[in-house]
Design a protein around this ligand. Structure first.
Ligand code: 13P
Ligand code: SF4
Length: 334
């Protein structure tokens, strides 16, 4: 049995493959075959469903996905993530065809920062250096001086001359955290991630009481009162590294639950518990789920590769202008 067959079979047994396909095993094989035929690469974020993470060429955080998209010599980049990630890939590697399984896979942070309102805000603060979190549209990137992700944000802020005022958008929670860690004052845009604003402090404290040996770790998009009790704060990739390398055997994890797949894969001897949320959203777990990230399915991946669609097409002027702030990010902290 080939390694692809073994992978297909294990995914099929776990029930990840669609019964609507003639055979679940064929779906995995078909995706892998199309990928090879078309010289495509599949880049997936840690919040994707387990089956997608299992077949992706690269699974990573926003920075790693941007770096891999910029470097690849594949003809097609299939971004299994959300739209801002696919747009970033297109800006960084414009000669490639970039496809996204579902164009509706958005992000509440990107939605919270429409370009027309942002332009007015910038006009009021023309002396500010504009740092935008990568979770924004290409249009917002084009209006920014530099981009950052949650894994390099502190380094980016520290690289800005001390006498230059900073405007940070669109995530106020990450912004507040950066003000605290960098000691720099910053003007913040009022955006937030709906997935990281659902954690229940009360329930997390109760879990900590039940498991005093557990480390509580959180993504910096979480609210201030959640970050205040965290033993460690980091991007998705850094949270995974922490679980792998820390001596504790148990971790309570405040970020999107898709990350648990990779944590269990990379640190199978550790116990990882998703941080509980305020109210049950009917996802079948009491954890936080990004419904945008979960719009990508194995069926959509297959159709997307087969038809090379939906494709990311950007306004050429916006695409060109968004490149410089992204390149600056990669030069400073790539
Ligand atoms: P990371 O860059 O840490 O993977 O974050 C992406 C994201 O969307 C978090 O909500
Ligand atoms: Fe956007 Fe939050 Fe989903 Fe990340 S988890 S893609 S920040 S809505």
């Amino acid at each position: 049995m080939s390694s692809n067959d073994t992978l297909s079979l294990s995914l099929y047994k776990k029930g990840y493959l669609s019964p609507s396909m003639p055979s679940g095993v064929d779906l995995v094989q078909a995706i892998l075959r199309l990928k090879k035929e078309k010289n495509a690469i599949i880049l997936a974020h840690y919040y994707q469903i387990d089956a997608i993470q299992a077949i992706a060429d690269i699974v990573g955080d926003s920075l790693q996905l941007a770096q891999r998209a910029a470097q690849t010599d594949a003809d097609i980049i299939l971004m299994s993530g959300v739209r801002f990630m696919a747009e970033t890939a297109k800006v960084l590697n414009p000669s490639k065809k970039v496809i996204l399984p579902d164009l509706k896979a958005g992000c509440s942070l990107a939605d919270a920062c429409p370009a027309d309102r942002f332009k007015v805000f910038l006009q009021k603060h023309p002396d500010h250096y504009v740092v935008s979190y990568i979770n924004c549209t290409a249009e917002i990137k084009a209006l920014s001086d530099v981009i950052c992700t949650s894994s390099n944000a502190l380094k980016i802020i520290e690289s800005i001359p001390k006498d230059r005022p900073i405007l940070f958008a669109p995530d106020k929670n990450l912004g507040r955290y950066l003000i605290k860690t960098s000691g720099r004052d910053m003007l913040l845009w009022d955006g937030a991630c709906i997935v990281h604003e659902t954690f229940s402090l009360e329930k997390i404290l109760a879990l900590q009481k039940k498991y005093p040996q557990a480390q509580f770790i959180a993504h910096p998009e979480s609210e201030e009162h959640i970050l205040a009790i965290a033993d460690f704060i980091g991007s998705t990739a850094k949270l995974i590294d922490y679980v792998k390398n820390h001596s504790s055997k148990m971790f309570i994890v405040a970020t999107e639950a898709g990350i648990l797949y990779q944590m269990k894969k990379e640190a199978p001897q550790k116990e990882v518990i998703p941080a509980p949320i305020l109210e049950d959203k009917g996802f079948g777990c009491h954890c936080s789920i990004c419904h945008y990230m979960k719009m990508n399915t194995m069926e959509k991946l297959y159709a997307c590769l087969k038809h090379e669609s939906p494709e990311i097409i950007l306004d050429p002027k916006i695409q060109a202008k968004a490149l410089l702030p992204l390149q600056r990010m990669l030069q400073v902290a790539g």
